[in-house]
Design a protein around this ligand. Structure first.
Ligand code: FPP
Length: 237
């Protein structure tokens, strides 16, 4: 499952609060949904926490979000570890502060052996960035143009260790993908809800899952065809 967590700012504005408090509340929703997904047997959850385009927000909001993540990691890492959550960060880390990089490294290292659910946090991530970095790395590895097929390129994508999402959820009422998992959502079922991210809880998750269960998935083939097999990652995940 993949989620675009939209609507934090509007949630705060509706309550005459600064936008930042919407993001704080958004972190609480993250924790609730990670647990709820694990309880429902979802093995992989990918959250869009900070897009390549989010740098264009006011400097104050960007630095506030970075600080919030650092605080959230130190506050909740132990609980997440105990809950069996494996954390992976996907995105371009080169522009992040040393402090944030260290927080992400710690989260990944401490949880690397957990297997109950894999939480991938897309941070400074963009779907186009991912495809370009995958092509670059394939070229650097000397993959010949005629050898470059979908399975080969998939192994260089940031989420090569995870199956493609079956369900893509976006909260906050906008009906767009916003440069999230462009490659990986080729056959995902899309679910859009007006619910703002801080208010997205178990009931809303179950509504999305119930809607998903009613979908007729054909993967471009005929009814009841099996889903395509995930690609083998380059390194062992
Ligand atoms: C979109 O709402 C939300 C974001 C850009 C940030 C999401 C980040 C979090 C919830 C924190 C994640 C933290 C961890 C540790 C994974 P918006 O600000 O675009 O809302 P608006 O559309 O109402 O303005």
């Amino acid at each position: 499952m993949a989620i675009v967590m939209d609507g934090n700012g509007r949630w705060a504005r509706k309550r005459m609060m600064p936008r930042f408090l919407g993001h704080t509340q958004g972190v609480d929703a993250v924790l609730k949904i990670v647990r709820a997904c694990a309880e429902r047997g979802i093995d992989y959850l990918t959250l869009f926490a900070f897009s390549s385009e989010n740098w264009k927000r006011p400097q104050e909001e960007v630095s506030g979000l970075m600080e919030l993540v650092i605080v959230a990691v130190s506050k909740y890492l132990r609980t997440l570890t105990e809950d069996g959550v494996r954390i992976r960060i996907v995105g371009d880390r080169s522009r992040l502060s040393d402090k944030l990089r260290a927080a992400w490294d710690e989260a990944e290292n401490l949880t690397r052996d957990n297997r109950r659910i894999t939480l991938s946090v897309a941070f400074n991530y963009g779907g186009r960035w991912d495809i370009v970095q995958a092509c670059r790395r394939a070229m650097l590895d000397g993959v010949a143009p005629e050898a470059l097929d979908e399975a080969t390129l998939s192994r260089y994508l940031a989420l090569s260790y995870a199956p493609d999402p079956d369900l893509f959820i976006r909260t906050g009422g906008e009906i767009r993908v916003s440069n999230f998992l462009l490659w990986q959502t080729a056959y995902a079922e899309l679910y859009f809800t007006e619910c703002l991210w801080p208010e997205f809880g178990e009931a809303e998750l179950d509504a999305a899952l119930a809607d998903f269960a009613r979908r007729d998935r054909r993967f471009g083939m005929v009814k009841d065809a099996p889903a395509p097999a995930p690609a083998e990652p380059l390194e062992s995940a």
